[in-house]
Design a protein around this ligand. Structure first.
Ligand code: ADP
Ligand code: MG
Length: 634
């Protein structure tokens, strides 16, 4: 068979261009990426060997070799892992199969982010070799393939590669890098050892390099007979006692398993003994991963080991969805080695571990709240929205989750969500037994909502909800420490206990004066409203709309609509502020046409203030202009 020349996919070309021309820092990560690919290749080999026990019998010992040839200016990374077939080489080293690449390009084109460290996160690690090499050759043979089915791949990273058959005695993969002129540093033995120590010390596969001897001039020379020595520790960090592990080591392991290049903000390492035996090492990242909100993302969950043997990446069964940002390792003694994702889904042991890990994470968060409020604020800023899902998802831990919630509030009037429900309760008015909140599309819409007027006047705190998920928070978190949560845009607002008896009496009297007005307004608006009534929740606005207590409020209606959900029709209640000049004028208006126009304007305004859309904006504008014109004449 002759060599075939093929083009890289457009995406790869774009990526290679970036690698070669834009990335200057952390070039050394190419070695981490190659080693991590070899380590993955062993993990997959082990899984394959379970269904095909005849494999790997001749070279059972798993090793990675890193070899430098100063004269030839090459670095070779070799493993006896699963290898690749011809088709796999084309698919894996010629195209990008994974999603999220667009995101990657976006991140990389960001001026500050020209850091090669990002590469691993996005599943394109292999191509980082072209930062340091101008020719790369891969020899590989899949574990189930015959020697003559070996493959040779070669590329200079410029648009195309060649692929051809190349018989190969041994299984596995060998990657040969011909280093660029400016990559001399990577020909130094100590440099490579340093990189391996830094990035790959806890990869469970041993990594070997040739032993170096020095001649009389202090120059290094390799001995004639090849003498290999192990460079990395190759122990699973989590199996060691906590006291033996340095913070730096915890952080390094995190970077290895998460492909995140920043330090984790928090971690917890625990060994559980007894009926159920497992070790867990759980990390909270310091920033949210790019795919946190991608429903289809596969990068969720923990790395699963059974009795130190790697089983699965991204075992999402060990965490509830709302803790999907947690990374880490779970090593369990009570699962069979041949577990699959399917088995994990309905396994009582897994369920028990998940419940325990959930508790552990919640406790860990509760602990930071107490010991380091700033740190918790950072965690909340990154993951608060996800944690909120827990109120709906995790009934058993609802109370504990509620304590972790943070909201914006009229107390601080600041977009930062930093008020806890306990803070709120501690500031409640003497007779107040309800936790008030307002929901809106945006923080500003919530903060400036007309519904807040009376609360601001009376100095009653209101929580400002403007995350999309907050409507669900309200649905699921109906009370906190015996206090009901109430949306102030819904139902009849009874603040009478904060009023003096005189005010109440005066209001009763006033009611009669407006009886007729309410009837007329109802006539004008007709089918658009459920009811028209007077309100005392406003001080500076003339009118507002509210949802009936059993109806869905406007914000939620919009959200459901945008999610394509069918909505039962629910009409708003229109409330008029009898203290407001405009409403008083309306009450005195005798011209029917003008009355109708004003009514319509007041109603449309209220819909707008609620963040709603007008059915007929053009007519609203026409009415408003007519009104302004009228005013300008006087
Ligand atoms: P990722 O490792 O995130 O999948 P890479 O770009 O590092 O992305 O590698 C692409 C793919 O190439 C891998 O998923 C794997 O299928 C294949 N591959 C790379 N190196 C090896 C290797 N040493 N042994 C077997 N397969 C490999
Ligand atoms: Mg990789």
């Amino acid at each position: 068979m002759t060599a075939e020349t093929r083009q890289f996919s457009t995406e790869i070309n774009k990526l290679l261009h970036l690698m070669i021309h834009s990335l200057y820092s952390s070039k050394e990560i190419f070695l981490r990426e190659l080693i991590s690919n070899s380590a993955d290749a062993f993990d997959r080999a082990r899984i394959l060997a379970m269904s095909n026990p005849g494999l790997f019998t001749d070279n059972a010992e798993q090793k990675i070799f890193v070899d430098v040839d100063k004269k030839a200016r090459t670095i070779t990374v070799r493993d006896n892992g699963i290898g690749m077939t011809h088709e796999e080489v084309i698919a894996n080293l010629g195209t990008i199969a994974k999603s999220g690449t667009e995101e990657f390009f976006k991140k990389l084109s960001d001026e500050q982010a020209k850091d090669a460290n990002l590469i691993g996160q996005f599943g394109v690690g292999f191509y980082s070799v072209f930062m340091v090499a101008d020719k790369v050759i891969v020899f590989t043979r899949h574990a189930e393939a015959k020697p003559e089915a070996g493959v040779r791949w070669e590329s200079n990273g410029q648009g195309e590669y060649t692929i051809e058959a190349a018989a190969r005695k041994t299984l596995g993969t060998e990657v040969i890098l011909h280093l660029k002129k400016d990559a001399d540093e990577f020909l130094e033995d100590y440099r490579l050892r340093g990189i391996i120590k830094q990035y790959s010390d806890h990869i469970t596969v041993p990594i070997f390099m040739q032993k170096i001897e020095f001649d009389e001039k202090g120059q290094d020379k390799k001995s004639d007979k090849i003498d290999w020595e192990q460079v990395n520790k190759a122990t699973a960090l989590w199996t060691l006692p906590k006291s033996k592990i340095k913070d730096e080591e915890y952080k390094e392991l995190y970077k290895n398993i998460s492909h995140d290049f920043s330090d984790p903000i928090l971690w917890s390492h625990n060994k559980v003994e007894g009926k159920l035996e497992y070790t867990s090492l759980l990390y909270i990242p310091s920033t949210a991963p790019f795919d946190l909100w991608q429903q289809t993302s596969k990068h969720r969950g923990l790395k699963l080991y059974v009795k130190r043997v790697f089983i699965l990446d991204d075992a999402e069964q060990f965490l509830p969805t709302y803790l999907r940002f947690v990374k880490g390792v779970v090593d369990c003694n009570d699962l069979p080695l041949n577990v699959s994702r399917e088995i994990l889904q309905h396994n009582p042991t897994v369920d028990k571990i998940r419940a325990a890990l959930t508790k552990r994470i919640l406790n860990m968060l509760e602990e930071v709240v107490k010991t380091d409020a700033d740190k918790y604020a950072k965690i909340w800023a990154e993951f608060g929205k996800v944690l909120k899902e827990g109120l709906a998802e995790d009934f058993a831990n609802k109370d504990q989750i509620a304590k972790l919630m943070r909201f914006a509030s009229t107390h601080t009037d600041n977009e930062k969500q930093d008020v806890s429900l306990s803070d709120y309760v501690s500031r409640m008015k003497l007779d107040q037994d309800v936790i008030y909140c307002v929901t809106a599309d945006t923080f500003l819409a919530a903060k400036n909502s007309p519904h807040l007027e009376v609360f601001r006047q009376k100095g009653i705190e209101v929580l400002l909800f403007s995350d999309r998920i907050d409507e669900w928070v309200l649905m699921h978190l109906t009370e906190f420490e015996g206090k009901k949560l109430q949306s102030i845009t819904k139902g009849d607002l009874d603040l009478s206990k904060f009023e003096s008896p005189e005010t109440k009496e005066a209001r009763e009297k006033k009611k009669e004066d407006f009886d007729n007005l309410l009837k007329q307004v109802t006539n004008v608006l007709g089918e658009k409203v459920k009811e028209v009534r007077l309100t005392y929740r406003l001080t500076t606005s003339p009118a507002c709309i509210v949802a009936d207590s059993n109806d869905v409020n406007m914000n939620m209606q919009r959200i459901l609509k945008s999610l394509g959900q069918a909505m039962p029709e629910s009409k708003p209640i229109f409330e008029l502020n009898p203290e407001h000049g405009l409403v008083k004028r309306l009450n005195a208006e005798t011209d029917d046409a003008r009355f109708a126009e004003w009514t319509q304007i007041l109603f449309d305004q209220s819909v707008l203030a609620e963040g709603g859309q007008l059915e007929d904006p053009a007519t609203f504008v026409k009415h408003l202009n007519a009104l302004l014109f009228d005013l300008s004449k006087n």
